[in-house]
Write a protein that binds this ligand. Structure first.
Ligand code: SIN
Length: 182
């Protein structure tokens, strides 16, 4: 295969919003990292005044993070570097592809704790409330979470952090949609 092809691993919106061309796609696993809704979003699911929350990865020895690996032409990085520009940086790793015996070298985007948009941890109810209230140019922050939770279920990754937030946000959305008591 051509050397201009690279594996990119997606663990957040890159799983369900695929707005770039790819040659191959495989379910894949990243070892020793965990997803967290700890990155602020000023440009997609929130605004600079009212940032939303999107996922990044934190180190977690022994954890497995499922996602999708795409084999892409090098030019795709130009598009993804722009899409992920609000605090994410490329990181190299070994990827475990579901249908291969050997690992492959790949890249993923991570928003580290020292980037200006990083929000970090908070109480789960506060994170859920922020996600429910936020929206940005890419749409409601809740959609990002609900689409991710659904995509992870389809991959068999029952990520407790994401599923817990999904349940809280669904409750808040149902409460907001309920008619007022008379
Ligand atoms: C990713 O999906 O791999 C990075 C985070 C995001 O864009 O949601």
């Amino acid at each position: 295969m051509s050397d201009s092809l690279h594996w990119i691993f997606g663990y957040g919106s890159l799983i369900y919003k695929v707005d770039f061309p790819f040659e191959e796609r495989e379910v894949a696993t990243l070892r020793d990292w965990e997803r967290r809704f700890w990155q602020g979003s000023h440009d997609h699911r929130g605004t600079p005044e009212a940032p939303g929350r999107v996922v990044t990865l934190v180190r977690s020895p022994g954890s497995l993070c499922r996602g999708i690996a795409y084999r892409v032409q090098h030019e795709v990085f130009t598009h993804l570097d722009h899409r992920e520009k609000n605090g994410y940086e490329r990181h190299r790793t070994r990827l475990y592809l579901d249908h291969r015996e050997e690992t492959v070298s790949g890249t993923f985007y991570i928003a580290a704790a020292d980037n200006p948009a990083f929000l970090g941890d908070d109480d789960a109810d506060a994170i859920a409330a922020q996600i429910t209230a936020s929206q940005g140019p890419s749409g409601p922050n809740a959609d990002y979470l609900l689409l991710l939770a659904q995509a992870l279920r389809e991959l068999g990754d029952h990520d407790p952090h994401v599923l817990d937030l999904e349940a809280r946000v669904r409750q808040l959305l149902a409460r907001d949609a309920a008619p007022p008591h008379t």
